[in-house]
Design a protein around this ligand. Sequence first.
Ligand code: 5GP
Ligand code: MG
Length: 199
Amino acid sequence: MAVLDGGVMVGKTKMLARELLSASVIQDRVKSLAAEIATVYLQKGELHTITVLNGSLHFSSALRLAIAEKQPALGESMTSDTIHLASYHGTGSSGRVRKISDLNHPITGKHVLVLEDIIDTGKTLSVLVAELRIQQPASLAVASLLRKPEKLMVDKSELSEEIFVGFDIGPEFVIGYGLDYDGLYRDLSAIYALSPMTK
Ligand code: 5GP
Ligand code: MG
């Protein structure tokens, strides 16, 4: 039996988990995204990443390794930091962003790339970007593994100067490759979309 074939419990409701992006499709896209990003930041001469925990843990790790592998000269000077935000409860956006832990390094004058798991309404990212801009980085861009264009609720200008996106997906709730439901399913290597089970 394949992983999650029996469905997933979301509260008291059993949901169907459909494989949306396989592990190999994700790995290939992370590599091509890394090549794109490496070219841009090699020209800028440096790269400082900010990993938004917890969701982008796997994406961030795979992407940074691939960037350093693609452009060793850039890899040697890359620096990184993390910030831990929470904005989601269950399968619906709360619209409120809670900071669980902050950055450890100033970003003034740095070329900063924020690494996100998913842009849903965009509210979390817009709050973070506004806060980061106060420190006046040399440039501020975002790389998000996933984006849900149909659900975007903020203006694109609020989401940094440049956005690198792995996959545009539909509005459904997804799990796997860092994305959780209630703390579960983060360590699945593929991404699954949840939908109600039809009897
Ligand atoms: P936004 O503020 O853009 O609405 O949502 C941002 C955060 O909500 C994401 O960083 C992610 O942690 C969570 N989120 C949004 N959509 C999904 C989803 O489909 N699945 C999971 N697991 N988390 C999501
Ligand atoms: Mg996130």
